[in-house]
Design a protein around this ligand. Structure first.
Ligand code: NAD
Length: 696
């Protein structure tokens, strides 16, 4: 064996030259790997005994992609396209032996090889769009030549990886390995040696497939609304149809470079890294989580039943308790219905559906929770009710069991104290529907034990959730920011913007729906019930007067057929309602707020910058560990457009000084205390700092 550098080695095995890459953990195509590959290919060309080469990776996967930590830095040669050229220019055939994942630049490397052989359980994909990019190293030119434009576009635009069977079917690989991959790859390389060199770039240009282009353009505009990269990916792949590989590659590279330098890719990369970081809490590195196998859930309502599904899906045993027999039956029926539908759609087998459904056992007393490792409370949002539940749990749950509350706003410390064992208590704030929404806000109480927090983080991983750790305050990170967003929307109503106008402006910004349509969906009464328990001085009472009036009139949103909008029987389409216009006008008149024409830009900035300002305050209050955590929470829990990176990143990209100037204007114009610029925002704007990378 010859060691080319610290990551690449070669070995001549009979007449086949095996190039092995070992760059743990996931064989990213870092500079050393690229340099080693080019040197190894030169050695292959120069070795008289070698008839063909095999590129294979050690460890758990083939190349998982480019090394994204190099993205922000000046390019170091050889860059990836040069590696591709080296493979194609090597006079001897080269076979890629793929196991684990071949993603992004990894799959592009395989595409540049003469042929590809793949382990049956491996996957391939071009997920660059998820980072706001396109392939960039000739992948958008080679893949369509190999499989045709339609299947290539589907992979490049959706970014979704495919398995071996599909890859073989469309022609992305030549063979699925039987038996040991490397042995099969060597045999295959011998066959290729006999057949001679076959450059992917020299294959005929693919035919234009207008139907596929239209379908993928429609997909991108609908499912990836607002994102530039998927549309640029289509443009890059279409360049393959024009025939000249070099010109197509140059076009692809240029589009790639433009995207890489753009705000969307910066934002998507920020969120990608923030998601990885959000599960890490300084100080917990050497803390072992407690064992969790059996979970108890109290309250079989909307949240309790959803949390039960999330736990059963993860293979945990569940005891679901509701004091009301009827509510328990409804909760269990919801769970059964979920699994029936999962099985009917073919997402899981009927046996698996039955197994998961049976993993949830119902009860109407707390007694069966005594031997649970974790108990999650999801009863009514009422401090006294919750305190009474925790008081009972404190005595009943086994020592060491973790006691969690799913409260949206209440004081976790007070709830923890009621249990008499606050070290075991924390908040696990799931979002609705709990088995679908990815965000899990983990609320660390003043006395929460480190290993209890570590257990919550481990649970998040097990449930497939994205955790964000928050401190105790009303609404934690997400709902505290959401209240500010809703407050500005409420104010804008009074100042003359209609619900439809406000919602349209924020939809256009990229939110999945506007704030008022969202309230109609969630129930206008929920926020109102929370505010009813506050002193009017604790929040902007006037901003929510319309909401209060709607609730008083029984207009609770979609569930009652009317809220900020009217709904026709059986329809979820919001229709502007003159009754609401009158209510708003009446309240605004009484408050002596004269209606004015409000530009869309102001609507968006008022709502979004209110969120930014509160986010800065949350950081200053040390409720969030990092600016990135706030972005992760808002993207995953509230639908903030991922390609804008979350509110903190959006503010950084907009320029903190400009954001601050606008907030100052809004503050002066409103005369209200709520919009006062957060001191941290002022400090960072003055010092040239950033919110999205801020750390406590
Ligand atoms: P829900 O009204 O649908 O369900 C609450 C259930 O708790 C009811 O079935 C009720 O019978 C039961 N219950 C009440 N007191 C009980 C007790 N002492 N012991 C056992 N069961 C009892 O409410 P939900 O929407 O599921 O909300 C539950 C909690 O989750 C609340 O704290 C809420 O703030 C929080 N939350 C809700 C959402 C949401 O979108 N609905 C999102 C996040 C968090």
């Amino acid at each position: 064996m010859t060691q080319i550098n610290q990551t690449v080695s070669t070995q001549l095995e009979d007449d086949i030259y095996v190039i092995s890459v070992d760059n743990p953990p996931v064989n990213a195509l870092s500079h050393a790997v690229r340099e080693g590959l080019v040197a190894a290919l030169e050695a292959l060309a120069a070795e008289p005994a070698a008839r063909a080469g095999v590129i294979a990776c050690k460890g758990r996967t083939f190349f998982s992609g480019a090394d994204i930590s190099e993205f922000g830095k000046p390019p170091k040669f050889p860059i990836l396209p040069e590696v591709m050229t080296a493979i194609e220019e090597c006079p001897k055939p080269v076979v890629a032996a793929i196991h684990g994942m071949a993603l992004g630049g990894g799959f592009e490397t395989a595409l540049a090889c003469d042929a590809r052989i793949m382990a049956p359980d491996a996957k391939l994909g071009l997920p660059e769009v998820t980072l706001g990019l396109i392939p960039g190293a000739g992948g958008a030119q080679r893949l369509p030549r190999l499989v045709g434009l339609g299947p290539a576009l589907e992979m490049i635009v959706t970014g979704k990886p495919i398995g071996a069977a599909k890859a073989a079917e469309i022609g992305a690989i030549d063979r699925i390995a039987e038996g040991e991959l490397l042995a099969a790859a060597r045999d295959f390389a011998r066959e290729r040696a006999a057949a001679g060199k076959r450059k992917t770039s020299a294959l005929p240009a693919p035919a234009r497939d207008e139907e596929a282009v239209a379908a993928q353009t429609a997909y991108a505009k609908k499912r990836l609304r607002g994102q530039i990269a998927p549309l640029k990916a289509i443009e890059a792949a279409l360049a393959a149809c024009d025939g000249d590989f070099e010109e197509g590659s140059a076009r692809e590279r240029k589009l790639f470079e433009e995207l890489r330098g753009g705000a969307q890719s910066r934002a998507l990369r920020h969120i990608f890294f923030a998601e990885r970081e959000s599960r890490k809490v300084p100080g917990l590195e050497n803390v072992s989580p407690r064992e969790v196998a059996r979970v108890g859930i109290i309250g079989a309502g909307t949240m309790g039943s959803g949390i039960a599904i999330a736990c059963a899906d993860a293979g945990l045993g569940v005891r679901l308790v509701d004091l009301s027999e009827e509510a328990l039956a409804r909760g269990l029926a919801r769970i059964a219905e979920n699994y029936r539908s999962q099985a009917a759609k073919g997402r899981i087998s009927a046996e698996e559906a039955a197994r998961r459904e049976n993993a949830v056992a119902g009860a109407t007393s707390l007694a069966p929770l005594a031997d649970c490792d974790l108990v999650i409370e999801a009863v009514f949002e009422d401090l006294d009710v919750k305190k009474s539940v925790f008081e009972q749990l404190g005595g009943l749950a086994r020592p060491g069991a973790i006691l969690a509350t799913n409260t949206s706003y209440l004081d976790v410390n007070e709830i923890a104290r009621a249990s008499g064992r606050p070290g075991d208590v924390l908040g696990l704030h799931f979002f609705s529907p709990a088995h679908i929404m990815k965000l899990l806000e983990i609320v660390r109480g003043a006395e929460t034990a480190d290993d209890a927090l570590a257990t919550a983080l481990a649970l998040a991983r097990r449930l497939g959730k994205t955790p964000v750790v928050a401190g105790v305050c009303r609404g934690f990170i997400g709902n505290r920011m959401m209240q500010c967003y809703q407050r500005e929307a409420g104010r804008l109503l009074l100042e003359g913007a209609s619900p439809a106008r406000i919602d349209a402006a924020l939809y256009e910004f990229g939110m999945p729906m506007g704030p008022l349509a969202m309230l109609d969906l969630a129930g206008v009464d929920i926020g109102q019930a929370m505010r009813a328990k506050l002193d009017p001085s604790e929040y902007d009472f006037d901003a929510f007067r319309v909401h209060a009036k709607l609730v008083e009139l029984g207009r609770l949103g979609q569930k009652t057929g009317a809220g900020f909008y009217a709904y026709e029987e059986g329809s979820r389409t919001p229709l502007p309602d003159p009754v609401v216009t009158d209510i708003i006008r009446e309240i605004a008149d009484a408050l002596e707020i004269a209606p004015r024409e409000i530009p869309d830009r102001e609507i968006v900035e008022r709502c979004i910058f209110a969120v930014v300002n509160e986010g800065a305050q949350i950081l200053d209050d040390k409720i969030a560990l990092r600016g990135g955590d706030i972005d992760v929470a808002y993207v995953h829990g509230y639908g903030f457009p991922r390609h804008l990176g979350g509110p903190m990143k959006y503010a950084d990209e907009s320029g903190l000084s400009d954001v601050l100037a606008r907030i100052r204007e809004f503050h002066a114009q409103s005369g209200r205390d709520w919009l006062r610029p957060a001191p941290l925002l002022e400090r960072l704007a003055n010092s040239g700092g950033a919110l999205s990378t801020y750390r406590n």
